[in-house]
Design a protein around this ligand. Structure first.
Ligand code: ADP
Length: 510
């Protein structure tokens, strides 16, 4: 309840000093609505330095024309109210002679004399401009934030440093199955499955203590937990904002479920294609393959029939030869077995399965298949594996497929060559990479093919699909490597593949 002040300036000896010290624009107005007195702050608000300089008819003349009738009416009625009555504050726009304007909250207090009659009214103007600007900025910021939260396609979640959710976008509602009201004020860890749920508070605490950024500004693929308990992969980008002393974290989330599915579908498509191409490679090898397996089988048959003859004769005398025949049969059957086993692995569908393997082993194994039928065609094969080439992190069957492809192409390219040299060299190019070079002394790459060499369906062969090299490139690039081609200075072609060496981490994973 506001005090009603008895109006007699003489009886209020401190009025002048009160008015000089008041931080607001305060005026005392008489019944004629003319200012009788004004606080220092008021004079400076009105742009004058002394009371005498106040604009004629102030304060009414300082009120914007549109607001003036209402202001005058409020002033007049203030003289009519009973003392001690509160008058509702109201807003007016003030306009000053120097062109400035100000939105002000106007408070009126009737001042009664000792007889109880209102002789004057005290009026104070409180500048609302700054307040309104801040309010409207806040309103604007709020409505922008609201529209962002309802429209951004990514889910957005804002949490404070205790992990409590303060904003939850419409997409986040759909993604996690929670309504905003259910989640605001709750700890964000409910959106994660264990063990992340239990660890999350610790992550924030550690960050606040150490300032070490493990996710902020970096982004991660993590796992989210929906309201129904199901989990899904998501990409999380976290930002940080400081408002005063308070710290907030904003999280943008993209649901990766579909992307992962597409990736998996693509990978399985690719695996299917590679598989089909391996099958067709083996198909074209069928007769050479039969020959390759027939050879050890024939040898075994020969050795065994010789052994049988020895049993019929003097076994004691032929004991050494008998043993040799059996030993040869064993190694020939192992040879046939190796070919069949490699072949079976090669044509198996198999998931892509990258492991740390010795590059020497992978290349040597691939040569067994790549060279099927080569000897009969007069191909001279040599292989050179540097001792420091170490291990690679690869899918064995896929890298073998690449090798077999390059070797078969090389052998075909040498069909009409006088010298038929096929050489494989494995070297270490630097700390991180090894190179496999497949060189032949064949026809060289057809000029027409040019840079289309690695494109699908680029073939110069009547019965060629032109898929081999494109599959090779896909496989090598999926392994983080490169594949290129160059003319062999000695005539023919060199294909070069680089592969990353297995790092310490991958070794540890094994
Ligand atoms: P395809 O063998 O079915 O034609 P590839 O993609 O394996 O499919 O090879 C595409 C083309 O590249 C071949 O048709 C051939 O013209 C050329 N090529 C591949 N390797 C060699 C090579 N070592 N020497 C010469 N030309 C080659």
């Amino acid at each position: 309840m506001r005090e009603t002040i008895a109006f007699d300036t003489k009886q209020i000896p401190y009025l002048e000093s009160i008015l000089s010290g008041l931080p607001n624009c305060v005026m005392i107005v008489g019944r004629d609505l003319q200012a009788i007195n004004c606080s220092f702050a008021g004079l400076s608000v009105l742009g004058v330095s002394s009371f005498a300089e106040l604009p004629q008819g102030a304060p009414g003349t300082c009120v914007a024309e549109g607001h003036r009738p209402f202001f005058n009416e409020a002033m007049l009625s203030a003289f009519d109210v009973r003392p001690n009555m509160d008058i509702e504050p109201f807003e007016v726009k003030l306009e000053f002679p120097d062109g400035r304007s100000m939105l002000a909250l106007c408070n009126l207090a009737p001042l009664a004399n000792p007889q109880g009659n209102v002789d004057a009214v005290m009026i104070s103007f409180q500048d609302l401009t700054a307040l309104r600007t801040t309010e409207s900025k806040l309103d604007r910021a709020n409505s922008i934030l609201k529209s962002i939260l309802t429209t951004i396609p990514d889910a957005m979640i804002v949490i404070d440093e205790d992990g409590l959710v303060s904003s939850f976008s419409a997409t986040a509602e759909k993604m996690f199955g929670y309504d905003q009201e259910e989640i605001i004020g709750k700890n964000v860890k409910v959106l994660m499955p264990e063990p992340y749920r239990a660890a999350h508070d610790g992550y924030i605490e550690r960050y606040i203590e150490t300032n070490e950024k493990r996710i902020i500004g970096i982004g991660r693929t993590v796992v989210g937990c929906r309201k129904d308990g199901t989990t899904f992969p998501l990409q999380l980008e976290v930002g940080e904002a400081k408002i005063g002393d308070e710290r907030y974290f904003t999280g943008f989330i993209i649901d990766l479920t579909e992307k992962k599915q597409t990736e998996a579908e693509l990978q399985s498509l690719q695996a299917d294609l590679a598989h089909a191409s391996r099958l067709s490679a083996v198909g074209t090898l069928a007769s050479a393959l039969a020959h390759e397996i027939n050879q050890p089988l024939t040898a075994i048959a020969n050795y065994l029939s010789a052994a049988r003859d020895m049993v019929d004769g003097d076994l004691a005398e032929n004991r050494e030869l008998f043993r040799e025949a059996l030993q040869e049969s064993v190694s020939e059957s192992l040879r046939a077995g190796t070919i069949v086993r490699r072949l079976r692995e090669f044509v198996s569908r198999g998931e892509i399965n990258r492991r740390v393997l010795s590059i020497a082993q992978v290349v040597e194994d691939a040569s067994v298949l790549g060279l099927i039928g080569a000897q009969e065609k007069g191909v001279q094969f040599s292989i050179d594996i540097a001792p420091d080439t170490n291990h690679v992190f690869v899918d064995r069957v896929q890298i073998q497929q690449v090798m077999v492809n390059l070797m078969r192409n090389a052998i075909e390219a040498m069909a009409d060559s006088v010298t038929k040299n096929l050489h494989i060299g494995v070297t270490s190019i630097d700390d991180d990479r090894v190179e496999i070079a497949v060189s032949d002394s064949g026809s060289g790459i057809d000029q027409e093919l040019g840079h289309r060499l690695f494109d699908p369906f680029a073939s110069t062969k009547g019965d060629g699909m032109g898929l081999g090299l494109s599959i090779c490139r896909t496989i090598i690039e999926a392994h983080g490597g490169t594949i290129g081609v160059e003319p062999n200075p000695e005539g023919g072609t060199i294909f070069r593949i680089t592969l990353e060496k297995a790092g310490q981490e991958q070794d540890d994973e094994q």
